[in-house]
Write a protein that binds this ligand. Structure first.
Ligand SMILES: Cc1cc2nc3c(=O)[nH]c(=O)nc-3n(C[C@H](O)[C@H](O)[C@H](O)COP(=O)(O)OP(=O)(O)OC[C@H]3O[C@@H](n4cnc5c(N)ncnc54)[C@H](O)[C@@H]3O)c2cc1C
Length: 478
């Protein structure tokens, strides 16, 4: 294996990571500048974690505003059947991988300004090495290094379980489910996030009886009703009406718990069991039909995280449960997207891609590329895009709202950025600079009227929550 740099390349941008964010960034940089790009990734194909995903995963937000700015994903169709019926189509993992592969090989590479190095590991200091031949390259970077790995996605097929597994126990990642060749007497789904939800729905849709499923739920999530995240004029009232209502409810809320009661009562947020207070918020979306199916599973175990699984039982943080012999455990407990401290997005000769619109990685990366292409002043670029860390706890819903509103306020004060967003297919409000009819105008007016009081109330509630958190920590320490 070579240990010295075999070859020096030159490029304006070196992008580490060809996942959704790296690809959305590259797409705009190639379209809006004459820059050249070197892109490296450990995977053999673009698309990032979608290459490792379980085959039955689908986006949980519409294809209509996922991917890159220049190429539509899917057909902008509404699903005609299934649990997402009536709502915008959701791309499958296979569709996403094929989309990114086509984009790389039929658009980016033929353009002549992109060089792509799959199966290569970035080693720091503008150097990378092939994981196959060992050949090393150094890149003479003329403009910036772009870190498109900050999301640090962890999925069960690539990350070993964090709990012990005794001999004789069947435990698989969800990737194994479509290959199962025999029925199991019982199924235990480990994890309450999007992957756990998908695994439960997959089992139910394959006619496994709800009684044959145990769902281990370390934390209950607040879920978003997907109906409110639909693009296009046909869903204006659901989408913008929901934004206006959320602003009004925030202004009325007496406290953080009261706000969640209001959001739930108005259908903005959903939970699996009305008797259990959620302690997690991770942007997962569901339809009402999916929620109804999930509620068929009665055996939900809320005893913390799994520590060890053994034949016939599972040991959890706060107890032990017995399960029938022959049970199949399905490990859906990987972290998904990890919570990292925010870094400045523009930092000298480095760009660290992060969300600047909450839970919308594609729009965020494309928008950052547009700022890079159109503004020289680094302080101004950072002022326009405060990073929004991925959420974990319910109170993060408030932090995200505040950060979204403040970024959005900065963006919409600049006509050029307003226009760019209105033209971007990645913005779910795209195409819209003003309301077309009186009903829509009235909804927009409700939003405008309530946004100022909502921002003030969010700041107060977050300060109260921080005070309570500090007091609780002080009490625990004394
Ligand atoms: C199951 C699941 C469903 C999701 N559904 C949605 C959805 O519906 N809508 C939505 O907006 N978001 C969704 N997300 C969030 C999702 O993470 C983002 O949509 C997006 O795919 C993240 O892209 P990324 O480029 O930031 O990260 P990744 O996909 O993780 O890509 C990062 C890439 O960097 C590469 N890399 C890392 N380190 C190195 C190194 N040292 N050298 C070379 N290469 C390196 C990795 O190999 C990887 O290919 C979902 C996430 C999960 C886990």
């Amino acid at each position: 294996m070579s240990t010295v740099a075999d070859k020096t390349l030159e490029a304006d941008y070196l992008i580490i990571g060809s996942g959704a964010m790296g690809m959305a960034f590259a797409d705009v940089i190639l379209a809006e500048t004459d820059a050249s790009v070197v892109m490296v990734d450990r995977h053999d194909n673009p698309g990032g974690h979608w290459n490792d995903a379980y085959p039955f995963v689908r986006l949980h937000s519409p294809s209509a505003f996922y991917g890159v700015s220049s190429a539509p994903l899917g057909h902008n169709a509404l699903d005609q059947s299934g649990l997402n019926k009536g709502l915008h189509e959701l791309a499958s993992a296979a569709e996403l991988c094929s989309y990114y592969d086509r984009l790389m090989h039929q658009t980016f590479l033929p353009g002549g300004r992109m060089r792509y190095f799959p199966k290569c590991d970035y080693r720091g200091e503008d150097r990378f090495a092939s994981l196959i031949s060992g050949a090393e390259h150094r890149v003479a970077v003329r403009r910036k290094l772009v870190d498109a790995t900050h999301t640090d996605t962890q999925v069960p097929s690539t990350h070993p379980p964090s709990f012990g597994i005794s001999a004789g126990v069947d435990c698989v990642p969800p990737n194994a489910l479509p290959k199962l060749a025999r029925a199991h007497s019982h199924y235990v789904v480990l994890g309450g996030g999007k992957t756990g939800i998908d695994a439960c729905l997959w089992l139910l849709e394959h006619a496994v009886a709800a009684e044959a499923i145990t769902w281990i739920m370390p934390r209950d999530p607040w879920l978003v009703d997907r109906t409110h995240l639909q693009p296009g004029d046909g869903f204006f009232e659901q989408r913008v009406g929901s934004m206006a209502l959320q602003m009004e409810l925030i202004s009325q809320a007496g406290s953080v718990p009261h706000l969640f009661r209001l959001l739930e009562a108005s259908g903005q947020l959903l939970r699996l069991d009305p008797a259990v207070e959620p302690t997690m918020y991770r942007c997962a979306t569901v339809t009402r039909a999916e929620l109804d199916r999930l509620r068929e599973i009665e055996h939900v175990v809320r005893l913390g995280r799994v520590r060890r699984i053994q034949p016939g039982r599972a040991v959890l943080d706060r107890g032990i449960i017995d399960v029938p012999h022959g049970t199949l455990f399905i490990n859906c407990a990987a972290n998904g997207i990890r919570q990292h401290a925010a870094l400045p997005i523009f930092g000298g000769d480095r760009i660290t891609l992060q969300a600047v619109r909450s839970c919308q990685p594609c729009l965020s990366a494309a928008f950052i590329a547009h700022l890079e292409a159109s503004i020289d002043d680094e302080a101004e670029k950072n002022r326009l895009c405060t990073p929004i860390p991925y959420p974990s706890e319910p109170v993060d819903w408030l932090r995200m709202q505040l950060a979204n509103l403040s970024n959005h306020y900065q963006w919409t004060r600049q006509p050029e950025l307003r226009q760019w967003l209105a033209n971007s297919r990645l913005d779910y409000n795209h195409g819209r600079l003003s309301a077309a009819d009186p009903t829509q105008a009235a909804i927009m007016e409700r939003f405008r009227r309530s946004v100022g009081p909502a921002v003030a109330r969010l700041r107060e509630m977050l300060a109260e929550a921080a005070g309570e958190h500090a007091a609780a920590e002080g009490a625990a320490a004394s």
